[in-house]
Design a protein around this ligand. Structure first.
Ligand code: 6PG
Length: 241
């Protein structure tokens, strides 16, 4: 695994770098194949998606891209909490990606049934290795508590699941989630964490410097087998490195 930590003056420069990373990946995708990206949720990626929509609607061959999710809240797709809705509004409605190349996790469905369905859909759509999907680019965020995707500290065993996707639940709200598991993350060709703001600085340092107790932090368990691990930080989030 090759690890890269990139620190940017601001989220605009971070977004530009991410967009170029995506554009290069799509451009280098062999003819007849799709570039698969799994989008992360929460608030951080929204600015990155808006940048992509504003500056890369024509610069990326979106007809070569398939969009998946790293995790989703078990809410309807039009819920303000839906990761799909956030991506749809900030990016997918603004770029020419064919609707049949967007594979949302159905938050409105029964969670256990949706894990089975989504696992099958991904299995039919992208290459697999040792039974796990190989996403070309898998985006992750970093929770203030060290969670990533929807693998939290209280259910960190999900990181080691033998299944590519699992049902999780939020530690405070109890909200159910559909999430990638650790082996799916670690099978990706590239895992890209995006963390911005001073509020993430302590946890970024805990994870990247493997400070005491790091083994409890799901984000610190990310260690792609053959792929690249890229951390994109603004100066504020990198403030304690
Ligand atoms: C989610 C995310 C979650 C998120 C982190 C960071 O569905 O909420 O997948 O893992 O990436 O909690 O969230 P922010 O970007 O909002 O800080």
């Amino acid at each position: 695994m090759k690890k890269y930590i990139k620190i940017f003056n601001n989220i605009g420069e971070l977004s530009q770098y991410f967009a170029t990373l995506l554009a290069d990946g799509v451009q280098n995708t062999p003819e007849g194949r799709f570039f698969s990206i799994a989008l992360s949720g929460g608030s951080t990626p929204k600015v990155v998606f808006e940048y992509l929509a504003a500056h890369f609607a024509k610069e990326i061959a979106w007809d070569k891209v398939q969009v998946y999710w790293s995790d989703e809240r078990c809410v309807p797709p039009d819920s303000p909490e839906s990761n799909y809705r956030m991506a749809k509004e900030s990016l997918l409605d603004q770029v020419p990606i064919p609707a049949n190349q967007v594979f949302r996790m159905q938050g409105e469905a029964d969670p256990a049934a949706e894990v089975v369905r989504y696992t099958e859909v991904v299995q039919e759509s992208i290459p697999h290795s040792k039974g796990f999907p190989v996403f070309d680019l898998l985006m992750l965020g970093l929770g203030d508590d060290g969670h990533t995707a929807s693998i939290f500290l209280h259910n960190s065993h999900l990181f080691y699941s033998e299944r590519p996707f699992e049902v999780a639940d939020h530690p405070q709200s109890g909200q159910q989630r559909i999430t990638v598991t650790g082996q799916t993350i670690n099978h990706a060709n590239a895992v890209v964490f995006i963390a911005t703001g001073a509020g993430k600085a302590e946890m970024v340092a805990n994870v990247l410097a493997k400070k005491a107790g790091w083994e409890q932090l799901p984000a610190a368990l990310v260690n792609p087998e053959a792929g690249r691990l890229v951390w994109l930080l603004d100066e504020a989030a990198a403030g304690e490195l």
